[in-house]
Design a binder for this molecule. Structure first.
Ligand SMILES: [Zn+2]
Length: 326
């Protein structure tokens, strides 16, 4: 269960101390740029709150942990947009208020996780504000926001705020999540715009293999040599967001090739993936654009709806791809 980042360890320790002393705040805002592990932190923290064991991390085998693993703990309410890319509406917050009207099922904390909190519309934010003004007994509301400045100041001021994206260059370079030599790590971090989790995917030696195979699998699915399900199985062990990002890149390259425009990687002296030009010649640009929209929607869904099974989303990606040829 301990998947939190080294730069979050001291905060974790302080919060566990607060939990043992019964001094946790009822509203927490985990804020900061994406790619620093705040979602992992929130998931681990929620799991610990609902675990019935005594350790600093969730034990993984008690009743609370079993219910968490099954995605059906009655003392956890997750709030996210009904549709990816849409706002969190007042109905979702009303559901949260009803949830807090009931007592905890097992006598422990009653937890709510709102993510991404920065997409609440005004009515939803007002309803949440009322809840924060009269905090429910035993309730802990956790808000996650990449862009917390979009939240009303009234909401922010009622939460204890934790910036999650502060990490020194030394801490980053020392992180064992990045393999390779220091120079390679530094390059991966720079390419990832300073985000350690994005850097991790750049530094991953299997990434190059995944990238190299994706364009071939794409072609095989499109001409019927591979089924969408077989393709989904092939990449089931790869991070879905990584696969989506690479398919997005390939789809954009297809559009560029159709327009006879230079590809970004050609400027860097690398050649396009084999077979990409012949795919570009066969495919309809409107359908490629539709596929890009679908990829973006699936990506948003993956980010905003943690309860969805990654394997289902992975399959939909490959069926959407197949739809490009009818
Ligand atoms: Zn447990």
């Amino acid at each position: 269960m301990n998947r939190i980042m080294p730069w979050h360890q001291s905060l974790w320790g302080r919060l566990q101390e607060g939990r043992r002393r019964g001094q946790l705040t009822h509203a927490m805002l985990l804020r900061g740029r994406a790619g620093f592990g705040k979602r992992q932190f929130a998931d681990a923290f929620v799991a610990r709150l609902l675990c019935e064991g005594q350790e600093d991390f969730a034990c993984g085998h008690c009743r609370g942990c079993a219910l968490m693993a099954a995605g059906s703990h009655p003392d956890l309410c997750q709030v996210f947009p009904e549709e990816p890319g849409k706002a969190i509406r007042v109905d979702e917050i009303r559901g949260l208020i009803q949830y807090f009207a009931l007592r905890s099922h097992y006598g422990g904390f009653k937890v709510a996780l709102i993510s991404p909190a920065d997409v609440m519309n005004r009515a939803a934010a007002n309803a949440l504000l009322k809840l924060l003004e009269e905090p429910p007994a035993g309730g802990i509301i956790i808000l996650l926001a990449d862009r917390a400045e979009r939240l009303p100041a009234t909401i922010r001021s009622r939460c204890q705020q934790f910036p999650m994206d502060r990490v020194s260059g030394e801490e980053l370079l020392a992180w064992d999540g990045l393999g390779g030599e220091v120079a390679q790590r530094a390059e991966a971090i720079a390419r990832a715009g300073g985000s350690p989790l994005a850097a991790q995917s750049y530094a991953d030696p299997t990434l190059a293999t995944v990238i190299a195979s994706l364009s071939q699998t794409m072609a095989a699915v499109l001409d019927g040599r591979t089924s969408p399900l077989a393709a989904a199985t092939q990449y089931a062990k790869s991070e879905l967001l990584l696969v989506i990002d690479q398919l997005l890149r390939l789809a954009h390259e297809l559009l560029l090739l159709q327009q006879k425009a230079p590809l970004p990687l050609e400027k860097a002296g690398r050649r396009p993936a084999a077979g990409l030009q012949s795919l570009a010649d066969q495919l309809d640009s409107v359908r490629i654009a539709t596929f890009i929209q679908q990829l973006l929607a699936t990506k948003q869904l993956r980010l905003s709806s943690p309860s969805l099974r990654e394997v289902d989303l992975g399959e939909s990606v490959w069926f959407d791809l197949k739809a490009m040829v009818g």
